[in-house]
Design a protein around this ligand. Sequence first.
Ligand code: AMP
Length: 396
Amino acid sequence: MQTLEDFNFEDKKALIRVDFNVPLNAEFNVTDTSRIEAAKPSILKVLEDGGSAVLMSHLGRPKGQRNDDMSLKHICDTVSDIIGVQVKFVDDCVGEKVDEAVAALENGEILLLENLRFYGEETSGDDAFAEKLSKHGDIYINDAFGTAHRAHASTTIVAKYFAEKKCFGYLLAKEIKAIEKVMATGEKPVTAILGGAKVSSKITIIENILDKVDHLIIGGGMTYTFIKAQGGQVGDSICEDDKMQLALDILKQASEKGVEIHLPVDVLAADDFDNNANTQIVAVETIPDGWQGLDAGPRTLENFKKVILASKTILWNGPVGVFEMESFAKGTIAVGNAIDEATQNGAFSLVGGGDSVAAVKQFGFQDKVSYVSTGGGAMLESLEGKTLPGIAAILG
Ligand code: AMP
């Protein structure tokens, strides 16, 4: 796997695909700078070697049209502040003007190109467009994990114009290693905690990880499809009746593969999907009609904790309750605390994909787990066992 460490950028122009798809407020100020900060180490490596950096990114979904609201000019000062170098900006990403700005770039300088998605050719993966982009650098660096699952011009197609002169940035390399640690090289016992709303959105992940884990904890809204499929009464809990057979198949596959499945045994049930609803703790297979399970119960959390504390490698994807409502957040917090303790005891813990990252940030667990993935969709596809085109393009 080629990373930045394999190159010396002295007198070289690095074309870096970063993920600067950051949130902006009404005044066009960046409200969360974490993606810019995440790209900083790769950019600094290029500059410190004595090279220059041409940064390309998308912002929002302009759908192939110029749109001033989504111009990357709005973030130029923030990027300059974070990197500590005044960043130059050019209001296009291909064409004569850009070629001139790139040619004028000196060692130690950074040029930020305009939003790639002002061109429909970016998302369609247009070859001619990718070739034009490729002219902006001597070495191509992909450091955008969030778009690595897209075969776009700047994330995938462009790589073929660099032969051997392409590599992963530090951020993307870290993501790849973290996923590898869970999916391939992790110390046993390996435990996956899957929560979230629906079985249907997690099925490919479950099928893929059954070959890789020793324990699978299932929580959240997915629980009830499994419980009902086994003959339990789930009241008004979220349940996908058409996925009950699938749930039984998963349980059978797991037992054939020697994977221990841990489902909730009790739940915090509510008489409404509301933070102020009446609640009671009930056994998971006898939830009365008119009540729905919205969080894990105390006995369940004790069981989950024991499994988590005995694990050496932990993957967490999806909350075990409706964590957005305070009344139903305790289970997700308890799981986070158990992962924190396991991590302190030496386990490797990876959180990623969809809402689990939001939950982890909301409750301040991001510094307590080993790694929080930055790429929602890309992470989910990795867990599904797919080869991401942006990663394959660098390896190929
Ligand atoms: P996902 O994006 O698949 O990880 O799903 C996350 C969503 O699942 C969150 O918005 C949670 O509120 C929701 N969720 C978790 N547990 C339950 C539950 N028992 N009933 C309904 N929704 C749930």
